[in-house]
Design a protein around this ligand. Structure first.
Ligand code: UDP
Length: 451
């Protein structure tokens, strides 16, 4: 089995703010971006309860902008005393750990209380470094609230991306613990009006903002999320299986993602149990690999949800079928995607679904719930199948259909590769840059007219 490696292996640590670490750093910068990711660090290990698509988005977009000559500082809450305050993450891109409240991991609603301190410390940082940012790009509602304060102080535009919407999550929440609090919904509603521009990942995401928050559609730009096409590329299934120690003649289903109730893993377990009942001859040669979360109560990423799912596996008699592998480093994921016959995303809500795109880029069909961004990412009957959420029977039927037809899997895999090609990060960054330039020029006009 491939081994995990720490996610920030390649980061170059530095506390030097001024000297460029990259000798070929362009002299004439395109502009300075304050990228806000208050509650989660782009260098964090992925696949924990709260670390997933947004971390990847902030990291990959910033890298691509840095490559193009934008100077990007990503501000995130400091959670460790041993980690340097400033880490040079890539060319022209730094991660700045902002001390606000306790220096340890704290919940999102606790961090909310420290946002004024978080914003003040960013202002002090910029002052002490003599930095004038041109634009703020904030991610998630918590960062949006910080952006609002920074904009007041700096008089520059801010772009907001929500990644998920509280109102949508509440529509599918099954318990009080899963419900998002009023302060989130109210903050999101306020930010819809305050932000200079909002990025939606799909047309449906935009529609939700208009419908649930009365956002002004003219302010919203639809820019899809991206996939790293150099990393997520088609690989030989045989070699990938050999590398991972998986049998060539087995049916391999794969789940990759955070372990939380909204991801719908219980629906998938019930579907696999039904599939095993329908096709008992497959039992000894079928595996469902679950990538994400921790593997033992003492391990990082072990959550109540993980414990619940282990119990459900036991109740459904699937201990010989479902394998919990824990979170894996992104560099190893292409092997998992390539080795799988199908990647399954049984989510109850998904604003985009990067995993679907990554799997498609590796040439693997995706069977996903017909919810949110997945309806846009996965083309039903072409790159995989869409099924109603929370419907084990429908999911089992689609999995059975795919597992018994190698030609169909190959065709859908090829279609997925072609579709994923449109979603490279350079294409995403082109559109984000266009938005930045438009906002910058509007801001100049505004400032001139107020003179
Ligand atoms: N991921 C990872 N290792 C894991 C689990 C997930 O690197 O063990 C990454 C995965 O490659 C993807 C992201 O986490 O880029 C999950 O993004 P997605 O949009 O599918 O879900 P979200 O976290 O936004 O709900």
């Amino acid at each position: 089995m491939l081994q995990r490696t720490p996610c920030c292996d390649q980061a170059i640590y530095s506390t030097n703010f001024v000297t460029p670490l990259w000798p070929d750093e362009p002299e004439a910068r395109r502009g300075r971006i304050a990228m806000l990711s208050a509650h989660t660090c782009p260098l964090a290990m992925l696949g924990g309860r709260k670390t997933g698509g947004m971390n990847v988005y902030v990291r990959e977009l910033s890298r691509e902008l840095g490559r193009r000559g934008w100077a990007v500082d990503i501000f995130t809450h400091a959670e460790s005393l041993t980690r340097p305050i400033v880490i040079q993450m890539a060319r022209n891109v730094r991660v700045v750990h902002v001390v606000a409240g306790p220096v340890k991991h704290i919940g999102r609603y606790e961090l909310y209380r420290y946002l004024p301190e978080f914003a003040k410390n960013i202002l002090d940082f910029a002052d002490s470094e003599g930095i004038a940012y041109n634009l703020i790009h904030s991610h998630y509602w918590l960062s949006g609230l910080v952006a609002q304060r920074l904009r007041e102080a700096w008089g520059i535009p801010f772009v907001q991306m929500f990644h998920t919407l509280g109102a949508l999550k509440n529509q599918v929440a099954e318990t009080d613990a899963d419900r998002e609090r009023a302060v989130r919904i109210e903050s999101e509603a306020r930010l819809m009006h305050l932000a200079d521009s909002i990025v939606a990942a799909t047309p449906l995401d935009k529609h939700h903002m208009v419908e649930h928050y009365r956002a002004n559609p003219a302010k919203i730009r639809v820019i899809p999320c991206g996939v790293n096409l150099k990393l997520f590329r088609p690989l030989s299934r045989t070699e990938a299986r050999r590398e991972l120690g998986l049998r060539a003649d087995h049916h391999v289903l794969l789940y990759v993602g955070r372990i939380e109730p909204l991801k719908g893993l219980d629906t998938l377990f019930h579907a696999v149990a039904r599939l095993m009942a329908r096709r008992p001859e497959w039992r000894a040669r079928t595996e469902l690999i679950v990538v994400g979360g921790g593997t033992a109560p003492s391990a990082e990423g072990w959550t109540e949800e993980m414990a619940r799912l282990r119990h459900l596996r036991h109740q459904l008699g699937l201990h010989d079928v479902v394998i919990f592998l824990g979170a894996q480093d992104q560099e190893t994921l292409p092997y998992f995607y390539a080795a799988a016959d199908a990647v399954v995303m049984p989510s109850h809500y998904e604003s985009f679904g990067l995993v679907a795109l990554e799997a498609m880029a590796c040439g693997t069909p995706v069977v996903a719930s017909r919810v949110g961004g997945l309806t846009h990412t996965v083309v039903d009957g072409v790159t995989g199948f869409l099924v109603p959420p929370k419907s084990p029977n429908a999911l089992a039927s689609r999995l059975e259909r795919l597992l018994e037809d190698a030609a169909l899997r190959r065709r859908m895999g090829q279609n997925g590769i072609r579709r994923a090609r449109q979603f490279g990060w350079p294409a995403v960054a082109d559109r984000v840059e266009r938005l930045y330039r438009r906002l910058q020029s509007q801001n100049v006009v505004l400032q001139e007219s107020s003179l």
